[in-house]
Design a protein around this ligand. Structure first.
Ligand SMILES: [Zn+2]
Length: 382
């Protein structure tokens, strides 16, 4: 099966061989063979294909790579959001409420909820999603969440260290032993990554180190939640352990920024969280000016950020985080790919996966210029 997308007014390649950053081409066409991009050239010059898509002068971008989500849950916490908007602050404790609902759900309920959200993301242009466990917090509940997540994506993350569950409230060290022992053994076959919520009210830096190194020892890649509620030693721990990404990065010291800029660890910013918790937004400009690699992701979860819209994150990043539209788009595509250490996604180049989004707009600037407007016209995913 071959497909050509022709009459592309503006093609975002993110291909370093073409240029820096978004590396854009004008009046282009893309030829796809069996899910792989095999030719890129001038509009009207593509070989004949089984299917022809006319972009009508619109913009084509790589599919969004949402490198941070928590889709394995049950229930709804709209009431907490409503209270927060009335002035009550966010704390990590609300996670335990979702844990109770998730444990009580059947496999089919968890699967259906995650698949519904995955479809919602796809319709908005997200072609790759990472999914974390973390609302089970028992051996069986964490491994089943990862097993079901694996049906949806290869980018699955074991987050047994999301919060200490109520039954271990008096024995957090015992819970860390479980997370690094029998629970890890049960989770690892279904996971590519291990993550820890390194934050006040969750896990401290010593616990985080023990958890991440245990995961690395069985072949999982490291990711870290840090810097959401205040400056955290978790940022430099992520760099020290060679984590693929450290996520939130809302509060960073100068030393944190410097460490990120001189590492391969991606700083993943999650502006849906600040929107939904009324916290200050992270300063993307500071990270970019220092030379750090920045990604944007939704952190889709029922507590602190229940959005599945990468377009929304881009709009906020441009409006309030100091990013140009091109930097925000790059962060939501190539940046997400970097955060997942993937080279086959997040760019439109010969040999890459044919994950592309056709916009009903002449430019991706419209994600921020026309916030909330559904400009995604067609999504192709290999
Ligand atoms: Zn998260």
């Amino acid at each position: 099966m071959t497909t050509v997308i022709d009459r592309i007014g503006l093609l975002v390649t993110n291909d370093p061989a073409v240029g820096a950053g978004t590396a854009e081409l004008r009046d282009a066409a893309v030829f796809i063979d069996d899910g792989t991009i095999v030719w890129i050239g001038d509009a009207g010059r593509a070989p004949h294909a089984d299917e022809r898509i006319d972009a009508r002068g619109g913009c084509v971008i790589p599919g969004f790579v949402d490198s941070h989500s928590h889709l394995m849950f049950a229930g709804d916490r709209a009431d907490e959001f409503e209270f927060r908007m009335a002035g009550r602050p966010y704390t990590a404790g609300g996670i335990r409420r979702t844990v109770g609902l998730t444990r009580a759900a059947t496999d089919d309920e968890l699967r259906a909820n995650a698949q519904r959200l995955r479809a919602e993301m796809r319709a908005q242009g997200t072609t790759t999603v990472e999914i974390k466990s973390g609302y089970g917090l028992t051996i069986d509940d964490e491994s089943r969440a990862l097993r079901i997540a694996r049906e949806i994506t290869p980018e699955t993350t074991y987050l047994g260290a999301h919060v200490v569950p109520a039954e271990f409230a008096d024995d957090p060290a015992g819970y860390v032993d479980l997370v690094t022992g029998a629970m890890l053994d049960a989770a690892a076959p279904h996971a590519r990554w291990i993550d820890v919520f390194c934050e006040t009210g969750a896990f401290d830096v010593d616990q985080a180190r023990a958890i991440l190194t245990a995961g690395q020892a069985v072949g999982l890649g490291a990711r870290v939640h840090a810097g959401q509620l205040g400056e955290s030693a978790g940022v430099q721990l992520a760099v020290e352990l060679g984590a693929a990404s450290v996520d939130h990065c809302t509060f960073l010291s100068d030393a944190d920024v410097d460490a990120l800029a001189h590492s391969s660890t991606v700083a993943t910013l999650l502006p849906g969280v600040e929107f939904s918790t009324r916290q200050p937004y992270p300063n993307a400009r500071r990270l970019l000016d220092a030379g750090a690699t920045v990604a944007l992701a939704c952190d889709c979860n029922p507590g602190s950020s229940f959005t599945s819209s990468m377009a929304f994150c881009i709009a906020v990043a441009v409006r309030d985080m100091g990013m140009t539209p091109a930097e925000a788009l790059w962060a939501a595509t190539a940046g997400g790919a970097a955060a997942l250490q993937r080279t086959d996604i997040g760019r439109i180049a010969v040999g890459a996966r044919a994950d592309l989004v056709v916009l009903d707009a002449p430019s991706y600037v419209h994600f921020a210029y026309r916030p909330g407007v559904p400009i995604v016209k067609r999504v192709l995913a290999a």
